[in-house]
Write a protein that binds this ligand. Sequence first.
Ligand SMILES: C[S@@+](CC[C@H](N)C(=O)[O-])C[C@H]1O[C@@H](n2cnc3c(N)ncnc32)[C@H](O)[C@@H]1O
Length: 350
Amino acid sequence: METTHRVFVGDSRDLSQVTDDSVELVVTSPPYPMIEMWDDLFTELDPAVGEALAAGDGRDAFEAMHAQLDRVWDELERVLVDGGIACINVGDATRSVDGSFRVYPNHARVLEAFERRGFDPLPDILWRKPANSAAKFMGSGMIPPNAYVTLEHEYILVFRKGEESRSFEPGADRRYEAAYFWEERNRWFTDVWTDVRGELQAIDATDDDLRERSAAYPLEIPYRLLCMYSAYGDTVLDPFWGTGTTTLAAMCAGRDSVGYELEDAFLEVFDEGVEAVPALSRSIGRARLERHREFVDRRREEGKGFEYDADYYETPVVTKMERGIRLREVSAVHETDDGYRLEHAPLVLE
Ligand SMILES: C[S@@+](CC[C@H](N)C(=O)[O-])C[C@H]1O[C@@H](n2cnc3c(N)ncnc32)[C@H](O)[C@@H]1O
């Protein structure tokens, strides 16, 4: 099996290198409106943002920033297939403008934007992002009533394009081989993720400093979303590519990817780290199988049995749907004119 990964330095308000109805999944995290680190970027996209901020008009600035994101959402509507899914990671912003403190509810504004474009919202996910202690307590400290709650969660908003889910031919291998384990389903499909920092931390390829500057999300987030909402052979798009975490996840999960990023410096860094992908994909796959075996041991200790065996691994599974699971590892990475072509082999466990 092969996958391709294209990355464009450019403005995703115009995704003209991506054809209509050619993307099955979007996984992305935009610059968050009203978070100060993105003020300059939004002002470059539209000078009205800077003018509103300078005039102390938070509402106008918030709206002008979202108007720029709206143009990207228009493009997603064009490139996604019917029934395709968009997962948008976004956090709300708290800020004082002209002496007045308030929350700017980015998640609500993005939700509204997608609904207006004919997407159906699906149940969303909250994940906890610990704030550093300096930013933790805002307002008047220990005296009521003017202290404010600290935001320590972000949203993963999930939308389906149109009313109908995607359909596949019965028994499609590319879907059944991309199945996940029952116990993974139980963790991944809960609406509050408190465990995203732990698991894949050791296998992150990019250095922490760069990830901080680009507001990168942990690899675990796009990796899970890709496993949850796409099959082998699907293409995932990230229009706000940053350090390329979504592409890294797509490489490891055996999906095709496309990314757009304004800053070409991020692409160079990704290029330097790409040779680590085969080892990374193997370690992610092995860790999943290892965790499954631990689950099997625990379940047996509890006196519970298994009705099915996996077809490709020597392990029992809880449900019939898991039998065809076949993880992939990257066996070779080749550079192409606009990104990478990867070869994948089935992951085997000695
Ligand atoms: C929150 S960061 C994404 C981080 C990414 N998820 C990661 O893990 O590294 C948003 C990124 O979008 C880029 N960006 C903002 N507006 C853009 C636009 N109109 N077109 C392309 N990239 C854009 C920024 O340069 C920034 O790198």
